[in-house]
Design a protein around this ligand. Structure first.
Ligand code: ADP
Ligand code: MG
Length: 230
């Protein structure tokens, strides 16, 4: 079953009097439980596409369906709910709160969804991230890879169905990057759907499927390894 279906997405940005056609008709389906990589050069439209798939931004044209229902024209209030309950976001810059411990950063999304922290759940996520001994550490006491794992844990806190990650290893060395992809594969094995944007074509191949975007258009599909739910 398709978790996300995007059809004919276009995105036009206005920069002064100039129009930037960042997406020029992107059609894409992502199956439940699939781990998809999106690669492409800088400026090709990866972030714009991810933001539209994650309901952080509206397309200029085209539609996005989540679980078969069109979310393109939902009111912002409803989009917030779909986003909060369905999608976890991971960014290149981690965006941890510097004055909060790893554990507190993990639990941050619960504030917004007005759920009470469940210490058992927090500890089990820390454990899964390989950070059981780091719960009381502040971000500056963590390595880049550890910070990104906290950010991934934070994205998991509301039990999303899909993780969207924009160049999550862009600031990490190759060993830490491998570990992040190990974690993504574990999450896929647990049934999560992942869409991960990367510059690194070797890392991209660790996904089930790689698609390439160039100049706002999907150019090809390569490396179709497996998809457990196909
Ligand atoms: P990528 O993530 O692949 O580097 P982006 O999706 O960020 O690419 O951007 C695609 C194109 O859209 C680029 O040419 C970029 O300069 C342009 N762009 C992105 N956001 C804006 C914006 N807010 N205003 C104007 N142009 C933008
Ligand atoms: Mg980008």
């Amino acid at each position: 079953m398709n978790l996300i279906e995007a059809r004919d997405l276009t995105k036009v940005y206005h920069r002064g009097s100039e129009e930037v056609h960042a997406l020029k008709g992107v059609t894409l389906s992502v199956k439940t439980g699939e781990f998809l990589s999106i690669v492409g050069p800088s400026g090709s439209g990866k972030t714009g596409l991810l933001n539209i798939l994650g309901l952080l931004d509206n397309p200029s044209g085209g539609t996005v369906k989540v679980h078969g229902s069109d979310v393109t024209h939902l009111k912002e209030k409803q989009r917030v709910v779909v986003r909060r309950d369905t999608i976890g976001f991971v960014f290149q810059q981690f965006f941890l709160i510097p004055t909060m411990t790893a554990r507190e950063n993990l639990e941050l999304p619960l504030l917004f969804s007005r759920k009470k922290p469940d210490p058992k759940k927090t500890e089990s996520i820390l454990e899964m991230l390989g950070l059981a001994h780091r719960g009381d550490h502040l971000p500056y006491q963590l390595s880049g890879g550890e910070m990104q794992r906290v950010a991934i844990g934070r994205a998991l806190m509301n039990d999303p169905q899909i993780i969207l990650a924009d160049e999550p290893t862009g600031n990490l060395d190759s060993a830490s990057s491998e570990k992040i992809y190990d974690l993504f594969r574990d999450l896929r094995d647990k049934g999560l759907t992942l869409i991960v944007v990367t510059h690194n074509s070797e890392l991209a191949k660790r996904a089930d499927r790689v698609i390439t975007i160039r100049d706002g258009i999907l150019t090809d599909e390569e490396h179709q390894v497996c998809c457990p739910c196909a």
